[in-house]
Design a binder for this molecule. Sequence first.
Ligand code: PMP
Length: 447
Amino acid sequence: DKSCTEPKLEGFVPLFLSWESFYTRNLYRRARDCWNRPISSCAGGRIDVMERVSPDYGWNFQLTGKKLNVMNFGSYNYLGFAENSGPCCDQVQAVTEKYGVGVCASRQEMGYMDIHRELDLLVAEFLGVEAAITVPMGFATNSMNMPALVSKGSLILSDELNHASLVLGSRLSGALIRTYKHNDMDDLEMKLRDAVCNGQPRTHRPWKKILIVVEGVYSMEGSIIRLPDVLRLKKKYKAYVYLDEAHSIGAMGPHGRGVVDYFGLDPRDIDIMMGTFTKSFGSAGGYIGGSKSLINHLRTQAHSFIYSTSMSPPVAQQVISVMKVIMGKDGTNQGMKHIRQLAWNTRYFRKRLQDRGYIIYGNKDSPVVPLLLYMPSKVAMFSRETLKRGMATVVVGFPATPLIETRARFCLSAAHTKEMLDEALKIIDDVGDLLRLRYSSLKPPDF
Ligand code: PMP
């Protein structure tokens, strides 16, 4: 690259040098069209993907004006509420007419509307905790609230696969961070034991607070947190638990109330319940739920609450409407129907993929289904060939995954019908055979 060969001024570091020389740039040089695909429809069960061409495989591309209407297996629209029709949409439309879109002030100033209060109370009721606050952005819910909870002198024990927003929040807090192996309770216990006695018998605890940070469902692995074990360890070592339910709230549990509901646990045992509205609720923003004193503390300490404009009213209304449907407060059983449809779709799709000889990761009840492509070289072809056949998928590779664990990731939705799932399986078979993805085809030939 030109920027790399230019003579260097002493002490001067070009702004983009590290990125320019980052070797994954070349790893996916000819696969860039597989990411950032422009879409011109709502993120529903089917989407319109806009065709584009990039003659030099660069970042600059032109739109051809053609659209492909394909099945959507890439959005986190778990319960199918991202669709742009139905009673929830009508309510959102009415709220937009009444309040407009922008709030133009933070909560502490002129940005606290009745709709925000209604949302906070509803979220607390839905979670089964004393109180909750809501934040306009899921990412900021983690990154801006964690520093209000722990600081220098505290210890964070973080699952190695935790989301970037949790990692950023942990770093911003100033607490010492130690990671433990993904979902490995022995490793977590070893680190807890180490933290409490630091290798020697001690009469006092060396840390002000110990915070265990976990997610409900891991979005790259499809794994479910071993929450009962985490809670057992939290009690044994007198630590606190921060649970991010971005991918599990709405999508897991018999009542859609996340992994706590899935394991039949008491939500009050979790110190900090965090989640987002960007997936199952088809909206935007995040929440933190817990005890009244925790929420009152965050109201006065969290940057996301004090220095950021509060949630857009139509966005808040979408969450309120969907949450009421899930809770059955709309007087129908639509919510339960969506929850059951997602659970059925998940088991059906996972089982069929396994039966066909693919390696998939994750728990049988997780709606996130990673399918191994093994090699980064297969990324572009899998993505393009499935799209060509009518199915939009997400492909993920190094550095987001280990080099030989490149994968496609399907996000199941209640918006998928059985016919759509069968069609998707057929497409995966066609492309899977083209790329030799079934493990039966990986065996060395018999000589
Ligand atoms: N937490 C987790 C576990 C996530 O996966 C994400 C993003 N998908 C976030 C937080 C951030 O949420 P949002 O996209 O709503 O900002």
